[in-house]
Write a protein that binds this ligand. Sequence first.
Ligand SMILES: CC(C)(COP(=O)(O)OP(=O)(O)OC[C@H]1O[C@@H](n2cnc3c(N)ncnc32)[C@H](O)[C@@H]1OP(=O)(O)O)[C@@H](O)C(=O)NCCC(=O)NCCS
Length: 194
Amino acid sequence: MLRSGDVVLRPIRTSDGDDWRRSRQRNAAWLVPWDATPPPGSAPRPTSFRALARRLRRQARAGTTYPFVIEVDGRFAGQVTVNNIVRGSAQFASVGYWIDKDFAGRGVMPRAAALVVDHCFQVAGLHRIEVCIRPENTNSLRVVEKLGLHEVGYAPRFLHIDGEWRDHRIYAITKEEVPQGLLRRLEQARVEEG
Ligand SMILES: CC(C)(COP(=O)(O)OP(=O)(O)OC[C@H]1O[C@@H](n2cnc3c(N)ncnc32)[C@H](O)[C@@H]1OP(=O)(O)O)[C@@H](O)C(=O)NCCC(=O)NCCS
């Protein structure tokens, strides 16, 4: 379990099903423009929570994914997932996230993302984390801006999102950039901003 004040990250559980379904239904319009979709000809993605949780837990056991639920004051608030974990000489992963609109705008995701990045660097032995964002997603661009991630590239037609191949802006951070941790750097920046 990872914690920053009222924000807690913990592994996803089968018992999250009811909260997950309610949140996804209420937030459908908020999430659809940014949700991954199956490219033509590929296997359908799991649509039920049970199938999704099973797949995430299988990937977690294989060490390729760390799937976290975000809780705020003990309430289900969203997900942050470390994906595409590559070991060997890369020690790389990407991070994806979403939050229930009821919890948006309180700086929850910058803290949640900082917690997982610190976990990846300090506990899981990873070296580089990427966040890939559609150029239209101004809210998510604010998250990486607050975190101080560097923009390292632009990937045309990078991921299949909301039914089409979509361009993405690529942001990254390496372990050497945050010797004291990303959460600490984020908190210091907030204090300095007043
Ligand atoms: C991107 C996202 C995770 C940001 O999470 P968050 O916890 O709200 O992050 P922040 O509190 O730092 O807010 C980021 C920006 O969102 C905007 N925002 C805040 N509250 C909002 C609300 N209720 N409605 C719409 N936009 C809002 C603001 O521009 C804010 O920037 P600011 O703090 O400079 O004003 C969230 O907007 C989300 O889940 N969006 C849908 C899914 C998604 O885009 N996932 C990421 C794919 S790359």
